[in-house]
Design a protein around this ligand. Sequence first.
Ligand code: HEC
Length: 184
Amino acid sequence: MRNFILGVVITLLVLALGGLAFALLGFMPTNADATPPTLERRIAMPALDASMERHAPRVNSPLPPTDDNLIDGIRIYAMNCALCHGGLDNKPSALEHSFYPPPPQLVLDPLDDPEWHIFYAIRTGVRYTGMPAWGKVLGEQDMWKVTAFLSRVQKLPPGVQDYWKKSFGTAPPAEGAKHGGDMD
Ligand code: HEC
């Protein structure tokens, strides 16, 4: 039994040192202009969801989704988020393939997560990706306004759709539309 435990400990030690050597000898790629392999995505995406499920408080938005709040949400999105997540011109972001992992295109492929989940992702960011923690930059209300917009991209009331058309010269994407980005 003692030999068995010793064997397990030595194996773990060798694996850990091997991993450390692999990294410190420069074998780990650092380039961000690569597409994450399918296996990595299959593990990373559910792991991210599971972590948010575990950590995010189940809070309801303190703001009603009025036209004014949704229009504010669009403005905040256009100023802070469109660069990475795609603009209201219905085109993918020019940086879509310049991040590892790539930023999801939130206008073209809207999220179907609950608001508490989206709010948590915005407030706390996503570690080891390009997603900043906006809790240090945007006020609580502004984060809820973007959350309200992002959870209704394809279901905006007519007044907000008019604002979108007037300001960005495009119609909001039709319900159910998808551009088939990397993050599907
Ligand atoms: C510098 C680029 C960048 C900016 C600016 C940025 N994001 Fe992100 N965001 C990312 C990346 C990259 C990811 C992908 C993280 C991942 O794959 O785990 C992400 C992920 C997210 C997610 C999580 C999606 C999910 O699948 O759960 C949300 C929500 C989000 N961003 C919202 C926003 C909002 C709102 C803003 C503006 C206030 C914003 N982001 C600004 C790069 C950015």
